[in-house]
Design a protein around this ligand. Structure first.
Ligand SMILES: Nc1ncnc2c1ncn2[C@@H]1O[C@H](COP(=O)(O)OP(=O)(O)OP(=O)(O)O)[C@@H](O)[C@H]1O
Ligand SMILES: [Mg+2]
Length: 298
C-alpha cells in the first residue's frame, strides 16, 4: 500500500467506510432509475436551449505525475469558490480513479461516467447528461471517465465532439483534464473548441522536451494567445534553473508553482478547494494564475 492509499484509508476510516483498493467501482452496479446527479435544473438542451458562451480550457501534462490533474482541479475549485460561474471539470483520463478518490465519490452508488453513454449517439439526451454530471462543492460539477480502459476509444473523435458541444451549452467554464495522447486525435479539432490550452510540466529535461513536442503537434507556435505554460513543482528538484528553462522553451512561462507537501496532503484528504483557505506561496501562485486566465477569458 503506497502513501496515498494510507491517507485515503485513514480518511475513509474516519468516515466509517472500509477501503479496499481492489474494490470494483459501484458505478458498475448503478440502478437504472437512480436519481439524477445535480446538473443545473433550470437549464434545457436541444435546439430550444440557450447556447452559452462557454469557455473551454484544456489542461495537458508533459509527463505522468507532473501535476496536470492537481493544477486543473485546483483552478476549477478556485473558480467555483470565488467566481459566480458554473464550472464543469471534465476528467477524460480513461482507466484512472483519481477524481473518484479525490472527490470522495467511489462509494456513491448512483455514479455514472462517460463510458455509460450509449454510443454511437447522434446527440446526447439531456436526461443522460443530468445523470452523468455530479455536483460537488460550490458551483463545481464533474464528469468522470470510465474505469475500463477499453472504453477509451468511445471518448475520441466525433463522440468527444458531441460531448463537448452538449456541455458547452450548459456551463460557463469547462475545464478538461486531458491525457496528452488525446490531443493527437486528428478526428477532433481541438483548436476549434479550446479557448485556452494550459500545458503543465515539471522542470526536468524529459518533461521540457516532451512539452516542445506537444507544442508543435498542436501547432501552437503561432498562437501565443491560446496557451499558457505552467512549470509545476519547480522547487522540488532544481535540475534545471528557471532562467535555463525559460531559455530552452520557445514560449514564455506563465507561472512557476512550487511543490508543497502539506498542500499535497490536504488535497489528497479533503480535495482541492480547502487549499485556498491558506495563504501560502503555492495557493497564491495558483490563484494568481487562475485570476490572470480569468481576465483573458471574460
Ligand atoms: N505543486 C504541488 N504541490 C503539492 N503536490 C503536488 C503538486 N503538484 C502535484 N502534486 C501531487 O503530485 C501527485 C501527482 O500529481 P497529478 O496526479 O496531478 O499528476 P498528473 O500529471 O495528473 O499525473 P497523471 O499522468 O497520472 O495524470 C499528486 O499526488 C498531486 O497531489
Ligand atoms: Mg492526471
Amino acid at each position: 500500500m503506497n502513501e496515498n492509499d494510507l491517507l485515503l484509508k485513514e480518511k475513509l476510516k474516519k468516515e466509517g467506510h472500509e477501503y479496499n483498493p481492489d474494490d470494483s467501482d459501484p458505478a458498475d452496479n448503478w440502478p437504472d432509475n437512480s436519481e439524477p446527479a445535480g446538473l443545473p435544473l433550470e437549464k434545457t438542451m436541444g435546439p430550444a436551449a440557450p447556447k452559452k458562451d462557454s469557455k473551454i480550457l484544456f489542461f495537458a501534462g508533459s509527463k505522468g505525475g507532473c501535476g496536470c490533474s492537481f493544477i486543473s482541479n485546483a483552478v476549477a475549485a478556485y473558480y467555483a469558490k470565488s467566481k459566480n460561474k458554473n464550472v464543469l471539470l471534465a476528467d477524460l483520463n480513461c482507466g484512472k480513479k483519481d477524481s473518484r478518490l479525490l472527490f470522495n465519490l467511489s462509494l456513491k452508488s448512483n455514479l455514472r461516467d462517460i463510458g455509460d453513454i450509449e454510443f454511437d449517439f447522434k446527440e446526447i439526451d439531456f436526461n443522460v447528461l443530468k445523470r452523468l454530471v455530479v455536483s460537488l462543492e460550490d458551483s463545481l460539477h464533474i464528469v468522470l471517465p470510465p474505469l475500463k480502459f477499453e472504453k477509451a476509444p468511445l471518448m475520441t473523435g466525433k463522440n468527444l465532439d458531441i460531448l463537448l458541444d452538449s456541455f458547452s451549452g450548459l456551463f460557463d467554464l469547462i475545464i478538461v483534464d486531458t491525457p496528452f495522447y488525446l490531443l493527437q486525435d486528428k478526428n477532433i479539432d481541438f483548436l476549434e473548441y479550446a479557448d485556452m490550452f494550459i500545458l503543465v510540466t515539471q522542470a526536468d529535461l524529459i518533461s521540457i522536451s516532451n512539452l516542445e513536442v506537444i507544442f508543435s503537434n498542436l501547432c501552437l507556435e503561432n498562437m501565443p494567445a491560446r496557451f499558457e505554460i505552467v512549470i509545476n513543482k519547480f522547487n522540488s528538484r532544481p535540475v534545471i534553473s528557471p532562467p535555463r528553462i525559460i531559455s530552452m522553451l520557445k514560449a514564455p512561462v506563465s507561472i512557476f508553482i512550487p511543490y508543497d507537501r502539506d498542500i499535497e496532503l490536504l488535497y489528497l484528504t479533503r480535495g482541492p478547494a480547502p487549499m485556498f483557505d491558506y495563504n501560502l506561496r503555492i495557493t497564491k501562485a495558483i490563484s494568481d494564475f487562475a485570476e490572470s486566465l480569468f481576465e483573458k477569458l471574460f
